[in-house]
Design a protein around this ligand. Sequence first.
Ligand SMILES: NC(=O)c1ccc[n+]([C@@H]2O[C@H](COP(=O)([O-])OP(=O)(O)OC[C@H]3O[C@@H](n4cnc5c(N)ncnc54)[C@H](O)[C@@H]3O)[C@@H](O)[C@H]2O)c1
Length: 249
Amino acid sequence: MTLAGRTALVTGAASGIGAACARRLAERGAEVVVLDVRAEDAGKVAAEVGGRALVVDLADLASVDDAMAGLDADIVVNNAGIQHLALVHEFPPEEFGRLLDVMVQAPFRIARALLPGMYARGWGRFVHVTSIRGVRGDRRKAGYVVAKHGVEGLSKTIALEGAEHGVTSNCISPAWVRTPLTDDLARRQADIHGSTPERIVRDVMLGGAAIKELIDADEVAELALHLCSPAARHTTGTSIPLDGGWLAG
Ligand SMILES: NC(=O)c1ccc[n+]([C@@H]2O[C@H](COP(=O)([O-])OP(=O)(O)OC[C@H]3O[C@@H](n4cnc5c(N)ncnc54)[C@H](O)[C@@H]3O)[C@@H](O)[C@H]2O)c1
């Protein structure tokens, strides 16, 4: 499978899962646009994959529209995500809005801008990195859970509308993935609870998973690549869990 001649936009590509997707897509020949709010890290990943950095704050929807105006992409990996923890009755409305802007409004603006080009070329791929929280609720994560459920809905709609134009849209819904963010969280939780990061990962983070190991960011990237391959031509409107058996329980 080659993606030569295809342009892939990966959001949140300066780190973690997004960077892994950027690397995998570039290895297969795609021209990768590394979109992130972190200019320096986006530049590093772009240089590494021979692509280009696009520095945009996805919370600033006017900037998203401006950035998309000059862009054509065949593949969109909608990956950028943020978290805020609070009970619903204490959740700051402005944080709730920010999570929805970054994780729902911005992906909608991106899809709205890039779909006409895909339709004209008769080919397009959307891969949305959601979460098991896109299909299950969780305490203290109202903004995240609502946003991830929202993207699952956006993806299904793109799948239905895009089918006749050769455009597919799918979600990957991972449980805990080993990224710098996850490692840092495990270390901080270990300090708070007088435990070790390994125990926090196994007993707390992976409490609901059958396989008690963090998922590798490359496994997510490999699945994203599969969803862009000819073998996945009829896979659309789905959400594929990558969850170590979490949702089986
Ligand atoms: N790490 C996990 O365990 C896990 C599990 C399930 C789902 N996910 C999802 O996977 C995606 C990537 O997660 P990750 O762990 O690689 O996170 P990460 O924090 O390592 O990377 C996220 C990237 O998004 C960028 N970003 C954040 N806000 C942005 C904004 N306003 N504008 C532009 N870029 C912005 C960050 O700068 C960062 O580079 C997220 O959507 C997350 O919800 C992660």
